[in-house]
Design a protein around this ligand. Structure first.
Ligand SMILES: [Zn+2]
Ligand SMILES: [Zn+2]
Length: 295
């Protein structure tokens, strides 16, 4: 459904001059002096193409985001510094910090990202109420969203503060954490969502993939932009394994649904001990901290 479609935009080196629409200035070309006696055709008022287009300094670059990343503040295994470092090395332009039920790492990641030329969106992955504890992702938040509310109330709270509500890893074959078709159908009857991860790193099987593609085709208007995210928990090991490609401003691209989700690389092989430690953090440590009110 999502073929590889490389969109290129011109990206100026000077951040002050960055713009999705590079300005094109028209210059009159200096013509060499010619003998007066010879009748010349009128001078062209437009510059030749080669004079119209070399005005942009810099390189041509894909603009890519990995808008689903975790840090040590929840069950990720990296600090904000390591996350930014991994994003820069993976040549990403934008990431979103979407820790489970906390925004504690957002500020530091944004500051470090700013210094490194990386845009960092303030986000959160919110755990909704028991028993399904479905995850809902939010971008462009000012303050954390309370966990443990219904899906409806969670999306309403995200929109109340001007954030975007994004469905992460839908239709996984599990009862916990991942929204299922009936739940999503009920949710979009009430809310117009801003986006849905159509490319993510957990395999869901061919049948569920077809179901998801058909659901998106039928309900595109209520589901918003198709996005991709790696659900990065291990920094350099898995960042950028699923991405959202876009041109111009990220938020505008989401609202205009011009984003393109893609897989660009497979996550690196994880040392078993690191994978186990992350599982312990996700399944034991994080729920404990949540129940103690430490998130
Ligand atoms: Zn999740
Ligand atoms: Zn996640």
């Amino acid at each position: 459904m999502f073929g590889i479609n490389v969109k290129l935009i011109y990206w100026q080196n000077n951040p002050e001059k960055q713009s999705s629409q590079p300005s094109i200035q028209i210059h009159r070309a200096p013509f060499p002096a010619r003998p007066r006696a010879v009748q010349q055709p009128p001078r062209p008022t437009l510059a030749t193409p080669s004079e119209s287009f070399p005005l942009i300094q810099g390189t041509i670059k894909q603009v890519i985001a990995d808008p689903h990343c975790h840090t040590l503040s929840s069950d990720g295994m990296v600090t904000p510094a390591q996350l930014v470092d991994a994003a820069v090395k993976a040549r990403l332009d934008l990431i979103a910090v979407t820790d489970h039920d906390t925004m504690r790492s957002v500020k530091e990641t944004q500051e470090r990202g700013h210094a490194a030329g990386l845009t960092v969106v303030a986000g959160q992955e919110i755990t909704t109420r028991w028993p399904a504890r479905t995850h809902m992702m939010a971008w462009f938040l000012d303050r954390p969203i309370k966990w443990g509310m219904s899906l409806d109330d969670t999306v309403a709270a995200v929109h109340d503060q001007g954030g975007l509500a994004i469905v992460p890893h839908p239709f996984m074959p599990v009862y916990f954490g991942s929204i299922q078709p009936d739940m999503l159908r009920r949710l979009i009857e009430k809310h117009r969502l801003d986006g849905i991860e159509m490319v993510f790193t957990v395999p869901i099987g061919a049948r569920r993939r077809r179901q998801l593609d058909a659901f998106y085709a039928d309900n595109r208007d209520r589901l918003g932009a198709a996005v991709g995210g790696s659900d990065c928990h291990f920094g350099a090991h898995d960042i950028g394994s699923a991405i959202t490609e876009y041109a111009g401003d990220f938020r505008t691209a989401i609202s205009e649904r011009t984003t393109q989700p893609r897989r660009i690389r497979h996550a690196g092989r994880l040392p078993a001990a690191l994978a186990l430690r992350q599982q312990w953090r996700a399944l034991v440590d994080l729920p404990l901290r949540r129940s103690r009110g430490q998130l």
